[in-house]
Design a protein around this ligand. Sequence first.
Ligand code: ADP
Ligand code: MG
Length: 245
Amino acid sequence: MGGSFVYGRLALGAREVQAIVQKALTEGRRSLLEPEAKAICIEYGIPTPSFKVATSAASAAAFAGEVGYPVVLKIVSPDIVHKTEVGGVMVGLSSGAGVESAYLRILESVGSHRPDARILGVLVQKMAPESTEVIVGSVNDPQFGHTILFGLGGVFVEILKDVCFRIAPLEEHDAREMIREIKGYPILGGYRGFPPADQDAIVNILLSASRLVTENPQIEQMDLNPTIVYDRGAMVVDARMLLSG
Ligand code: ADP
Ligand code: MG
């Protein structure tokens, strides 16, 4: 892959990302929708399973056939940040009928938890198989500016706070150092029957995340959590991005 190709692709990425960011700000939104955040990931070469946004049970089932079973369905609403809490996520759906009834159940559940929420649709995404989970994120530190975070997913980040930080932009050696720096590093060597994690895939996501927030500084905070890592490759399955005004 030649340098000019990489540069051209990044430049294009930044334009597409700015269109999404400006649209959200124009609509008075500081929090991007999950499909917007994932579209931004794709522009920067951060992998996520194929997805589409459906606005009817029938189209959800049709989209599931296109992205490939099994799928997960998730509510898309500017008013809902934590989708699971309101019954807005259903995983492991493996048939058109299952998708249609899950679609209706999600709307019903979200409607009863949050009757005022604006519902824009339901994300239909191919399920990423289980494997080791990590988190890649960024915060905008008042003193240091955009800072990239890395850690293992679940209890490691939530309870043990086993994460490390580097100020953006990252160089490749920074990304490699971050991965080795967390206490849970040995888990990436393979654990609970999961294969050794593809560290190059994590490095690529860390570097892409760094470029993303450096080239698009309005992204004040980013959370690619979980990012699932395989023996070859890695995929972001939930993405949150908050904008500065
Ligand atoms: P929430 O807003 O509740 O954080 P998520 O998008 O994180 O919603 O979905 C909840 C959980 O469902 C995730 O933490 C993950 O375990 C699972 N999940 C979501 N999307 C996928 C996917 N595409 N493939 C596999 N698992 C997924
Ligand atoms: Mg989540």
